[in-house]
Design a protein around this ligand. Structure first.
Ligand SMILES: O=C(CO)[C@@H](O)[C@H](O)[C@H](O)[C@H](O)COP(=O)(O)O
Ligand SMILES: [Zn+2]
Length: 352
């Protein structure tokens, strides 16, 4: 090896990073957002890989538990690679393929994250870990390379693969380290205010909510305008929450409220304000908007176990009822125990 070879290694590494920029910037941001949302929600990160990738798993865990570039709270990151007693026991008593999967089964809880490092996508113990993680309701973030190997087709809808566009294991690993640091920079920005406040209840889209839902079933969904929150609303939302383990409320966007014909000046409160008020209720776990006339898209994406409407809706008239029932779910109409309508309230205020 001469000086030119050394220079070529630098140039090659830089070229791979430049190529990766084109394909990986957007999914890396999405992965960072998912990771932050889960950590905010009290979930933990497990990480695994072989050889250089085992170092990556430990590198990530150390930066989560300790800190990265800014002062922030410690975050729960566990590398599944460094405990030789655990590794040798599992490899000896079961098989080497099981060394990570067994730990995922022992330590992982629904909603946690598995970060799987494999440049080929073919390490069998990493594949087994991914299968175990999926079976337990963990979200999988896979850092791969080459053609994604056998791991890529294993991944499901919500999972994310960051595949480095290169074939050399070393070059792929060099980008994996960049990805680790980029994820950590994002986590710094989220947690550096010293806060460990829980995940925001308000979501702009179902995509950021989805990762927080594993382990939160039966999932209850309801929807409405909630322009001026009154006692009837609060009572029915509490009753709805009582039907399951998690209540998601879909809220009509301002334009979608205007299309309901409640009056030219409605909604009185903006979508942002209406969602913030709902998020303040203990009964409400998550709030997200829908811009269409009906919340059907949200219902199809969330697949609730219980679909609820407040007031005098006949269950059969509730949008999405057929799909929920077809999946074995329940559809309920919860009458307002305190029948106050926002429209009537507005009228009374206007009339003085
Ligand atoms: O660090 C290196 C090569 O740069 C090696 O230790 C490399 O990580 C090992 O060969 C691994 O077993 C490769 O596994 P994988 O990336 O294909 O999952
Ligand atoms: Zn290496």
């Amino acid at each position: 090896m001469n000086l030119e070879d050394v220079q070529a290694a630098f140039v090659d590494s830089a070229a791979v990073k430049t190529r990766a920029l084109a394909t990986l910037a957007e999914p890396t941001l999405r992965a960072a957002q998912m990771l932050a949302a889960r950590l905010r929600d009290g979930r933990q990160v497990l990480a695994c890989g072989n050889g250089g990738s085992s170092g990556d798993a430990q590198h990530l865990a150390s930066e989560l538990v300790n800190r990265f570039e800014r002062e922030r709270i410690g975050l729960p990151g566990i590398a599944l690679t460094p405990d030789s007693s655990v590794l040798t026991a599992i490899a000896n008593d079961y098989a080497y393929e099981r060394v990570f999967a067994r730990q995922v089964e022992a330590l992982g809880r629904p909603g946690d994250v598995l970060v799987a490092f494999t440049t080929s996508g073919n390490s069998r113990n990493v594949l087994e870990a991914v299968r175990s993680a999926q079976a337990r309701g963990l979200w999988v973030l896979a850092l791969t390379g080459k053609d994604g190997g056998a791991l890529a087709p294993l991944l499901r809808g919500g999972d994310i693969e960051l595949r480095v566009p290169a074939t050399s294991t070393a070059r792929i690993q060099e980008v994996h380290l960049l990805l680790i640091h980029t994820l950590c920079t994002y986590l710094d920005s989220v947690f550096a205010d010293g806060s460990n406040k829980p995940a925001s209840k308000v979501h702009a889209d179902v995509v950021t909510l989805q990762p927080l839902l594993p382990g939160r079933r039966p999932l209850v969904f309801t929807n409405g305008v909630f322009d001026l929150l009154h006692r009837g609303h609060v009572h029915y939302l509490q009753a709805a929450r009582g039907e399951g383990a998690c209540l998601v409320v879909g809220v009509n966007s301002d334009a979608s409220v205007r299309r309901l014909g409640k009056g030219d000046d409605r909604p009185l409160n903006t979508l942002e304000d209406r969602m913030a008020v709902l998020a303040g209720l203990g009964a409400v776990d998550y709030v997200l908007p829908f811009a269409e006339d009906t919340p059907l898209r949200l219902i199809e994406a969330l697949q609730p176990d219980v679909l609820v409407k407040g007031g005098d809706w006949a269950p059969d008239a509730i949008v999405g009822a057929d799909g929920v029932r077809a999946r074995g779910g329940r559809v309920l109409s919860i009458p307002f125990a305190h029948p106050l309508s926002t429209t009537a309230l507005v009228q009374r205020i206007r009339n003085g």
